[in-house]
Design a protein around this ligand. Structure first.
Ligand SMILES: [Zn+2]
Length: 511
């Protein structure tokens, strides 16, 4: 029996990027867009072009590079300037969509917009038409739809479809809906809007009560055929519906939902890790589908059952979501060939140059550390992504610390595109503080450290440490990660990554 396809609309780059501390550089956004295309999402909401020059540039470049493979969407308020700017950014995409929104709930009408119902309908119609003149594929969202009077919601939706909208998105903007109620909203629209057959109904649920995924799935049961969601459930406040949970629920319980998606599920885990690395937002260990513990069985009785038959305690296979465990795979004597196979198996395609670099690092790591795990290899590779565009590179450092000495650090650095080596030194409260100060001196930016933590990538006393930092400069937060068996080196890399990110952001928005 053929089942309906659900359109997966990913808004990691728009709603997700809007969450505090999750901002990405343009190059990082392109990297995410590439991963989303490979994951198989149907629509990528690439940003909100009028929000900043950086946002505009990112949407434009994503439209140019990926707009022939996946539909690229840009967001616009119901304002002429917004729509023109979005149209400008999207015009290079073969498959472009504009997402126009206007709040419809009484609380937003009265307190935010100060507009009557008639004015809302009129504005929505006019703006959908304007947008439609620029881009044929229009999605309209009545913001705060889940709290809008049903009769009025039907009226707005009907008029927006008449004006040219082919997707109607129903956002639960504040995360207030319950599954039953959300089901009823979608069903009510299906049954009472006369032209509803001309548009696809979509869900956009926030997770303030932890119900985003449940509400989205209730929407599907009521007839919605597009779900808006984000990788790792990123998004404003408590976030959006998690893409990986939606996709695996629809797949694992296909018997119940009787729909399917086009997602290449073994890419879920790698994509989740990529987003976590780029945004600095850690995935909680027990997170469904992509948490580190999602496929771990500790209890003896479960392990016993698993050995007899995996299905006793396992409803999904780890390989179906691309889960990478801490399997011992390679040691010092594993050759190039074995390493290349492993890298491929882990889902990476590396250029020859990068492969050589990673292989050298792997040999160096295997020298320091007896066992090299899959998670170590993934961390080594991920540690290199995006570095070619970093403005500053750390070549060497030296620290001195101990009891009764003043901690000092010296760094040798190089600017992208220049061969001149710049040296600086600084003292500090400890070796890490000293090195942070020395880095700031070279880069000539001063930042406040807001968050710092270290975690081990695999197990053992010789494990690689991954350091994450969050810094703040002029009220903007930037994060960075670093990886090494030496915690001072990992800290320096992480801090420099965050500084590089701040510099890139400045550049993108200076235009
Ligand atoms: Zn949202």
């Amino acid at each position: 029996m053929s089942s309906d396809a659900i359109t997966i609309f990913d808004t990691t780059l728009r709603d997700g990027e809007q969450s505090p501390g999750c901002s990405m550089t343009t190059d990082e956004k392109l990297e995410v867009a590439k991963a989303l295309v490979e994951l198989g999402v149907d629509v990528i909401e690439a940003g909100f072009p009028i929000a900043s020059p950086g946002d505009f540039e990112a949407v434009k470049r994503i439209a140019q590079e990926f707009g022939s493979r996946t539909t690229i969407c840009g967001l616009a308020r119901s304002k002429i300037d917004d729509i023109q700017r979005a149209g400008e950014a999207l015009k290079h995409a073969e498959k472009a969509r504009m997402h126009v929104f206007l709040a419809t709930s009484s609380i937003h009408r009265e307190h935010k917009l100060k507009m009557s119902k008639d004015q809302i309908v009129q504005t929505a119609v006019e703006m959908v038409k304007r947008a439609h003149d620029l881009i044929p594929n229009i999605e309209f969202s009545p913001e705060d739809a889940a709290r809008t009077e049903l009769d009025f919601l039907c009226e707005v939706v009907e008029k927006a479809i008449d004006a040219g909208a082919t997707t109607i998105n129903i956002p639960d903007t504040v995360g207030y809906a319950t599954p039953d109620q959300f089901f009823n909203v979608i069903r009510h629209l299906k049954q009472n809007v006369p032209n509803i057959g001309k548009a696809v109904l979509s869900t956009h649920c926030h997770n303030d009560l932890g119900l985003a995924v449940a509400n989205s799935l209730a929407g599907v049961e009521a007839g919605a055929r597009q779900i808006e969601c984000t990788i790792n459930g990123l998004g404003e406040r408590a976030g959006n519906a998690a893409l990986e949970e939606i996709v695996m629920a629809l797949r694992t319980r296909g018997d119940h939902y009787k729909v399917h998606t086009n997602i290449n599920t073994p890419k879920l885990f790698p994509t989740s890790r990529l987003i976590s690395r780029i945004t600095g937002m850690q995935v909680q260990r027990n997170k469904a589908i992509v948490g580190q513990n999602a496929f771990a069985h500790e209890a003896g009785i479960h392990q016993h059952g698993m050995l007899q038959n995996r299905s006793t305690y396992e409803i999904m296979r780890p390989e179906d979501v691309g889960y990478v465990g801490t399997n011992l795979v390679l040691g010092k004597h594993s050759g190039r060939h074995a390493f290349r196979d492993r890298v491929k198996h882990l889902g990476f395609e590396l250029t020859d140059e990068l492969f050589q670099k990673i292989f050298d690092e792997f040999i160096a790591l295997a020298d320091k550390k007896k066992d090299v795990f899959d998670s170590d290899i993934v961390a080594l590779i991920e540690n290199h992504t995006g570095e070619s565009t970093d403005e500053w590179q750390l070549l060497n450092f030296h620290t001195l610390a101990g009891t009764n000495v003043l901690p000092t650090a010296t760094v040798e650095m190089k600017r992208n595109g220049s061969d001149e080596v710049i040296r600086e030194a600084s003292t500090g409260d400890g070796p890490i503080d000293a090195i942070f100060c020395a880095l700031e001196r070279v880069v000539q930016v001063s930042a406040t450290l807001r968050d710092y933590h270290v975690k081990s990538v695999s197990s053992g006393k010789d494990a690689q440490g991954e350091v994450s930092v969050e810094i703040s400069i002029d009220d903007h937060n930037y994060h960075g990660k670093g990886l090494s068996t030496d915690v001072v080196a990992a800290s320096a890399q992480a801090y420099l990554k965050a500084l590089n990110r701040a510099l890139a952001d400045r550049k993108a928005n200076a235009k």
